[in-house]
Structure formats: C-alpha cells, structure tokens
Design a protein around this ligand. Structure first.
Ligand code: NAD
Length: 244
C-alpha cells in the first residue's frame, strides 16, 4: 500500500480529472463511452457553436445536467474532503471537472478551472455566474440586459478560470497529486512540470488505472482507481507528532 507522508510544513496541490468521477457513474472525456465519442466538440462546446446554434449547445448541456442529476460522490471525493478538513488552507483542490461531486462529498474550497455545470452566466454583461439547475430544450434563456444566458463552462478556445491563483499555488506547493486525468488537456497537463521546474523539491504523484501521457512529469504513479487508492493514500503528520 502506497502512502504519502504530509508533514506540517507541506502544502498540497490536488488536481482532479474526469477519472475521479468515473466510479460515480459519470463518463470520462475520452473513455470508450466518453462524451466526446458521441458528440463533435466543435458542434457543442465552443464559442463558434454558441454563435451558430445556441439552442443545440443548450440541448447538450441540458442533457449533461440530467445525466449528473442524482449522481453521488464516491470514496475518492470523500477522501479529498477529509484531507481538506485536516490540512485546511494548506491544501488546494483544483478540478477540471464541471460536476459538483467534490462539493457534495464535503470539499469546501474547490477551484473549477473549466467551470461548473450547474451554473450559468450572461454572454454579454458582467453579471456574475449564478446557480442554475434548469434544462433548456425549447428556448435559449435571456438575461435582463438582453444578452443570452450560457452555461458557465470553459469551452475549447476559451481561457480556463482562476489561472493566476492556480499558478501561485503551484509555486507554493511541496506535494502535487493528480488523479484521473489523461495528461492531454492543457494547461492542466503542464501543472506537474511547472511545479517541479523551480529549484524546490516537489513530490509529484499520479493516481489512476493507467499511466497518463505526461507520466515523466511524475516521480511516482500509483496504479488503481480513485476509490481504491485515495482513502488510504495520505498520512498526515501533526505538529504534536513532529515534536515527539
Ligand atoms: P480524460 O477522459 O482525458 O481522462 C480520464 C482519465 O481518468 C484517464 O487517464 C483514465 O485512465 C482515468 N480513469 C478512468 N477511470 C478512473 C478511476 N476510476 N479512477 C481514477 N482514474 C480513472 O479526462 P481529463 O483528463 O479530466 O480531461 C479533461 C476534460 O474532461 C476536462 O475538460 C473536463 O472538464 C472534462 N470532463 C469532465 C467531466 C466531469 O465533470 N465529471 C466528465 C468528462 C469530461
């Protein structure tokens, strides 16, 4: 059994991808039953698609909202929530996932770099993103300003959210753990390399059933699924333990 020792001076950066939600019944990105095997990305998840056919875009995200409805967090999500409860602000959880399973599993501070499926925003004015569980099949909803309401999702060709904060945390972390992400989607695919590019020693570990494309950026790969590995992965040492 592999464990990662976390000392009182460690700062832990966690990056999660679609794989952590696979055992909750949500298809991954590129897996055999993956979302993008069934839809052409440029038709449903790009600014061009939104300009051309917003109704079709909403049909796709309405379908995804229905698929996510009722899905439950798994032991992997809960293990990360427990780690946050132990480490507080020494842990930074960054997810590429748009689902809400980290929050439902008890995590309080989650940075969704690719947006959130259950939020929407105006495509015209600066009104902040708002919670939205609705599905829109018939009509594209409108904002008070006259703009169209769009999913709060970072589409292909758009810039991921909160990158300044993410790169600050990458510079500060001493441990980086990536879970269930294929290492193909940038910029997340470069996070481990970036964290390790400074002179600090950063332990970088990958967790998943298969090696990611960026395997060489990690010191170690722990083979197994999120629910198999995460519940026993972290050994958090307290101040008291250090003093002994
Ligand atoms: P990906 O599909 O490219 O890779 C998934 C990875 O998870 C694979 O490497 C696979 O080996 C691994 N995996 C499969 N089952 C696993 C398990 N049980 N435990 C641990 N790992 C497992 O996904 P990605 O790298 O996250 O791709 C990024 C894009 O996918 C993001 O843009 C994200 O927004 C999007 N996405 C999100 C969701 C979601 O919110 N749940 C679902 C699908 C895709």
């Amino acid at each position: 059994m592999t464990t990662i020792e976390i000392s009182p001076s460690d700062r832990v950066f966690i990056l999660t991808g679609a794989g952590i939600s696979a055992e909750s019944g949500l298809p991954t990105f590129r897996g055999a039953d993956g979302i993008w095997r069934q839809h052409r990305v440029e038709e449903v998840a790009s600014p061009v698609a939104w300009q051309r056919d917003p109704k079709m875009v909403w049909e796709f995200y309405s379908m995804r909202r229905r698929v996510h409805e009722g899905k439950q967090p798994n032991a992997g999500h809960r293990a990360l929530a427990q780690l946050e409860a132990q480490l507080g602000e020494r842990m930074f959880l960054c997810t590429q996932n748009v689902d809400a399973l980290h929050e439902r599993g008890g995590s309080r501070r989650v940075v969704h770099m690719h947006g959130e499926l259950f939020k929407s925003r105006c495509d015209t004015c600066s009104r902040p993103p708002f919670a939205d569980q609705n599905t829109y099949e018939e009509e594209v909803p409108r904002c008070e300003c006259g703009g169209r309401i769009r999913p709060h999702i970072c589409w292909f060709g758009e810039t991921p959210y909160e990158l300044d904060r993410i790169f600050d945390e990458l510079q500060r972390c001493t441990v980086l753990v990536a879970v269930g992400t294929s290492g193909l989607v940038e910029p997340a695919a470069s996070f481990a390399a970036y964290a390790r590019s400074s002179h600090r020693r950063v332990r970088a570990i990958y967790v998943g059933p298969e090696e990611p494309a960026n395997r060489l950026d990690f010191e170690r790969c722990v083979a197994g699924t999120a629910t198999e590995v995460l519940p026993t992965l972290f050994a958090v040492r307290s101040e008291a333990a250090r003093a002994v």
